[in-house]
Design a protein around this ligand. Sequence first.
Ligand code: SF4
Length: 284
Amino acid sequence: KDFRNDVPPNWCPGCGDFAVLAAMQRAFANLGLRPEQVAVVSGIGCSGRISGYIHTYGFHGTHGRALALAQGLKIANRDLVVVAAGGDGDGYAIGLNHTIHAIRRNMDITYLVMDNQIYGLTKGQTSPRSAMGFQTKSTPKGSIEAPLSPLMMALAAGGTFVAQGFSSDVNQLVSIIEAGIKHRGFAFINVFSPCVTFNKVNTYDWFRERVVPVETIEGYDPHDRKLAMQKLMETDGMLTGIIYQDPDSVAYEDRIPGFRKEPLVRQPLKPSREDFEALVAEFV
Ligand code: SF4
């Protein structure tokens, strides 16, 4: 049950992505999973390398398409634990449409976004998560765009599991990932994962001073979507923990009539005409 492999990450020392990798490995082990039961699918960016640094099935996909690939995998083999991962550029710029539709579709996938509020791999440009006034090579006079609020977006899109972690609190992140994998539906997890090389504003200390764990809010109820939205607005999106979970969530796969039979991947490659027609009939 060891999810480490022998590929050393080439992230910069101190990058928040190390903690996300460690948290994923611990969460998988805590859940008693075996490497062959898990597939990690990633997009492009520093964070996208994560699928190569973990001992599971892995797929390092194209920019912004991690969720398209992850959903295809899940449909083909719903017995796999499928975890998609990427950064804020990957998931909130080029891949945002996939993110929104995957959230509302509610397939049983866990999606981790390593949100460092900048493009790191291409050496520091403004991302959809960068604050107004943020100065980078692409916005030398400061960004004039409002940043995306990923958790409010996820709630508005009908998310059934919406959470946020911080690379500085690995224990909390492990428990969020475990809960996300156990959730019957799409688990959306934004992680504050500082880019120590190019983002000198949103540093570990910057986040430490601002994050508000939901456990510190008296009477917080993670099953109350309206309260979640209200507290996100009050904290400027800095809530951490499980912010909202629908206890009655039904995954997309469980809504497909007849889909409870053997996963597609285990069905014969060359079915008879009768088998083929029976299979097609499951989807009409
Ligand atoms: Fe991490 Fe930034 Fe270095 Fe990329 S450039 S590995 S995001 S610290």
